[in-house]
Design a protein around this ligand. Structure first.
Ligand code: NAD
Length: 480
């Protein structure tokens, strides 16, 4: 059985506790790995290594950092096939998604922040007879904790800017998707990253994750995951005055106006609802449709979704794979049951799927589409994080905005209209950190990324990330 080890001080090691978690392939139900279950002792080892490395790494020039981080990007690309297969086996997501989106994006994250380290500059403010300049200095040892849904993609989205700004990192992937993070350690060694600069700890959130957050020497925590976990982390890190970036859950609205390009919108709504089996924080789950096109849109959407190829995630034709785990499947099924109890009309799917062959014991369910559920019901308020969407009707712009904003979350929204004035007006009024107009998941890594309200605090991406991972120090020089 393959063992997933910690990567501390440039070397792979067993957990001090010698405790292990079983890693399960959700598409087959097979136990595939034994994962190190780290604890506070492993965090301390990693912290010591990171502290030693900090004096070296923070003194590297930006060009030296660029060269190493850029080399990591190249190595991710050179190992794309192997990384994509590992990602798909851990998570049950279609291989084409891993190959075409996730692993390439992990490489882009490193490349983007490698070049950002060359470009990053700080401000100066001149006064009469004095000048202020602001230093942006590395914080020290920082913690990065990421979820299972886009494993290497979100892991590197944090690690790359933390390293680019001269910090040393203690990072933890989700215990549900540890493999690609573990593989990254070896690539970092090959790229010449000094030992101890990046330490990758494996294990459960309540153990090793909690120990990272509680460690007094780890000065900043960048976390992506569920809102409840974010609250817990915030309660610990807040009183310790740690810098905190929280990217949390969502319940994203999708506003379809009757003047949209119907064919494009139907196709893109099917994609934004069910990519990665609805397990992307940016997936739309509340589909709001102008009443004049409601029936037509609904029928076309059902037809489109019914054509999604559900199957073995390793089959290159598969468009819709398994859910992340059997436990998560149960959670999603309980929401489907709840939606029915709340009076929802199940228009399509929601049933358990039993495939033949290798995947006959996998955690598959078909994409579910509901209607007749009011905005206040739990199905429309709580994050399901699976392939379940609801359709709601609206009449005019104001009602669309009201429905869209009727949520504790505020991560991302999409707006579908050919009327450019309306698109801008609506975008201004939506309470979300991201608005896509006539597109979805189109990402420019320079733009701020993140949500408001229960979807998080702070933004990642571009300068926002570079600023988060540095301390600003103003120096005022009087020269009269
Ligand atoms: P989760 O909160 O259960 O876990 C996320 C990570 O935190 C994992 O590595 C986990 O081990 C760790 N963790 C859990 N408890 C911890 C604790 N007490 N202390 C420290 N670390 C702890 O989330 P998940 O189930 O892995 O991911 C799904 C959630 O992530 C969804 O809510 C989704 O919306 C959200 N998400 C948000 C974004 C975003 O950018 N806003 C992106 C992806 C996923």
């Amino acid at each position: 059985m393959k063992k997933i080890l910690h990567f501390i001080d440039g070397e792979y090691s067993n957990p001090v506790s010698d405790l292990w978690i079983e890693g399960i392939n959700p598409a087959t139900g097979e136990i595939i790995t034994q994962i190190s279950n780290g604890d506070v002792r492993d965090v301390e080892k990693a912290f010591q290594a990171a502290t030693r490395a900090f004096s070296i790494w923070s003194n590297y020039s930006s060009t030296e950092r660029f060269q190493i981080l850029n080399r990591i990007a190249e190595l991710i690309e050179e190992n794309l096939e192997e990384l994509a297969i590992a990602e798909t086996i851990d998570t049950g997501k279609p291989l084409r998604l891993s190959k075409e989106v996730e692993i390439p994006r992990a490489a882009s994250n490193f490349r983007f922040f490698a070049t950002a380290s060359l470009q990053f500059a700080s401000e100066s403010h001149s006064m009469n007879q004095a000048i202020n300049y602001t230093l942006r200095q590395a914080i020290g040892v920082v913690g990065c904790i990421s979820p299972w849904n886009l494993p290497l993609y979100l892991f590197t989205w944090k690690i790359a800017p933390a390293l680019a700004t001269g910090n040393c990192v203690i990072a933890k992937p989700s215990e549900m998707s540890p493999s690609t993070a573990a593989m990254l350690g070896e690539l970092c060694n090959k790229a010449g990253l000094p030992k101890g600069v990046l330490n990758i700890l494996q294990g459960e959130g309540k153990g090793v994750g909690n120990a990272i957050v509680n460690h007094p020497g780890i000065k900043a925590i960048s976390f992506t995951g569920g809102t409840k976990t974010g609250q817990h982390i915030s309660a610990i890190a807040g009183p310790m005055f740690k810098k905190l970036s929280l990217e949390l859950g969502g319940k994203n609205p999708c506003l379809v106006f009757d003047d949209c390009n119907l064919e494009l919108t139907v196709s893109e709504v099917a994609r934004l609802a069910f990519s990665n089996q609805g397990q992307i924080c940016l997936c739309g789950s509340r589909i709001l449709i102008e009443e004049t096109i409601y029936e037509e849109f609904k029928n076309k959407l059902i037809e489109k979704v019914s054509k999604l190829i559900v199957g073995d995630p390793l089959d290159p034709k598969t468009q819709f794979g398994s859910l992340i785990s059997f436990e998560h499947k149960k959670k999603v099924q309980s929401y489907i049951q709840l939606a029915i109890e709340e009076g929802g009309n199940l228009l399509y799917g929601g049933n358990e799927i039993q495939l033949e062959g290798r995947c006959k014991n996998g955690s598959f369910i078909s994409p579910a589409i509901f209607e007749n559920l009011g905005p206040k019901c739990r199905t429309n308020q709580e994050e399901i994080f699976g392939p379940v969407i609801t359709l709601q009707k609206f009449k005019g712009e104001l009602e669309a905005i009201e429905l869209a904003n009727d949520s504790v979350y505020g991560l991302a929204a999409t707006v579908w209209t050919e009327n450019v004035r309306k698109a801008h007006r609506v975008a201004q009024k939506l309470n979300t950190g991201i608005v896509w107009i006539n597109c979805w998941l189109l990402r420019d890594l320079r733009t701020p990324f993140g949500g408001m309200n229960a979807s998080g605090v702070g933004r990642e991406g571009g300068l926002e990330a570079m600023r988060f991972f540095t301390e600003a120090k103003n120096v005022c020089v009087y020269y009269n």
